[in-house]
Design a protein around this ligand. Structure first.
Ligand code: FNR
Length: 383
């Protein structure tokens, strides 16, 4: 095994260890995957400003996200079916994030339940909410998140209907999984993954199935999602959820300054500039390219976070330089989880932390809270 030095190494290892069906689920984007690629590529167009002979001792990456202390400005993004990358995936990722001092966000579409994660963690985590047509069900989720003492609700706005991912369709991904000979073969070629699943993960899909009322006829994941999720979700509903939740609220999936202004008016605590990791509207711009405009529009009113395409600590630093208070990572921690379980998630976070720390120092800064546009070269020529 080659040394694991960057997120790309974890991705390669995950690809070898996770059955194709589930690796592809994590790794895919919508349609042509153009937005998915742009999310990553646009970071490399932003250049850093090298500074010398600045005291580089006593550096700190500590800051806050929605007023909560974090050891670095990187939260684990909500990702559905995380428990299919590795047995008990949500619980392991939550534990790794807690030990690292960064927020973990549990997706509505998780394999492990809110209570499962609460039972293996000691500090509050964040819960991500999708709004289903069935409002009773939404209220029940909010109540469960409150009972588990979740310290923020992340309300996702960019998935009223599901974008199409060709890889999932070609692989026949369904909920719950319907095993075809092709799937069984994919799993047979990943015996390590199978052993862990059989040994520990008996809750597969119980949670998701428990989420919806009429789930007897689940066919493809897309059809199921479109059946359950509310296509009429509106800003009025956001206000209703804010009231019912009553705690810190983060609105995720904002990519346009006009929507950002609407979001700021709701009085939420933060927005996440995001295109769902390029999994929804293919052809939309990258998150990082929209960040400066959104920060200019609402940065004085509401905290702005960003996700999409972050693959290194340098990427995090660039987002912070352009006005994000914090960032989220999705695939980087999923690759770590698929590659090596909890240690893989920790390793992904360590890689990002080290890259961020060294880059910050070489840009002449000692504290993440001092990082601004002045660490960027040619920041007026952003993508
Ligand atoms: C996601 N994302 C997501 N977002 C959300 O609000 N609820 C969810 O259940 C999911 N599920 C999900 C599954 C998988 C496999 C991926 C990769 C992503 C989107 C996620 O929160 C985040 O916006 C992106 O992952 C960020 O992009 P990167 O870091 O993956 O490039």
């Amino acid at each position: 095994m080659t040394q694991i030095l960057e997120i790309r190494d974890l991705k390669a290892l995950a690809k070898r260890r996770v059955p194709k069906l589930f690796f592809d689920y994590a790794d895919s984007g919508a349609w042509t995957e153009g937005t998915y690629r742009a999310n990553e590529e646009d970071f490399s167009k932003i250049k850093l400003r090298q500074r010398v002979l600045v005291d580089m001792t006593n550096r700190s990456l500590e800051t806050t996200m929605i007023g909560q202390k974090v050891s670095m400005p990187v939260a684990l993004a909500p990702t559905g079916l995380t428990g299919m990358q590795h047995a008990d995936g949500e619980m392991l990722a939550a534990q790794a994030a807690e030990a690292f001092g960064v927020p973990f966000t549990l997706s509505t579409m998780s394999i492990c339940s809110i209570e499962d994660v609460a039972s293996v963690t000691t500090k509050p985590f964040w819960f991500q909410l999708y709004v289903m047509r069935e409002r009773e069900f939404v209220l029940n989720l909010i109540d469960r998140a409150k009972a588990a003492k979740c310290s923020a609700l992340v309300l996702t706005l960019d998935l009223q209907i599901l974008g199409q991912r060709h890889k999932d369709l070609r692989n026949g991904l369904s909920a719950p999984p319907r095993m075809t000979p092709k799937h069984l073969w994919q799993m047979a070629t990943r015996p390590g993954w199978c052993m862990k699943m059989l040994g520990t993960n008996r809750r597969t899909f119980r949670n998701i199935v428990g989420h919806a009322k009429s789930v007897t006829d689940l066919s493809s994941l897309g059809a199921w999602t479109n059946e359950q999720f509310d296509p009429q979700l509106s800003w009025k509903d956001v206000e209703w959820i804010k009231e019912r939740w009553g705690g810190p609220l983060i609105l995720k999936g904002i990519l346009d300054p006009e929507d950002a202004k609407m979001a700021a008016k709701t009085g939420a605590d933060a927005i996440v500039v995001s295109n769902h990791g390029g999994r929804q509207l293919d052809g939309a711009p990258s998150s990082i390219s929209m960040l400066p405009r959104i920060v200019d529009a609402v940065g004085h009113q509401i905290e702005v976070h960003l996700d999409g395409g972050i693959r290194s600590g340098q990427d995090v630093l660039k987002a912070i330089a352009l006005g994000a208070q914090g960032t989220f990572i999705g695939r980087p921690f999923l690759y770590g989880l698929g590659a090596m379980g909890k240690e893989g998630v920790t390793l992904a976070l360590e890689i990002i932390r080290k890259e961020m720390d060294v880059t910050m120092a070489l840009c002449g800064k000692r504290s993440i809270t001092d990082v601004g546009r002045d660490i960027l070269a040619e920041y007026d020529q952003l993508p």
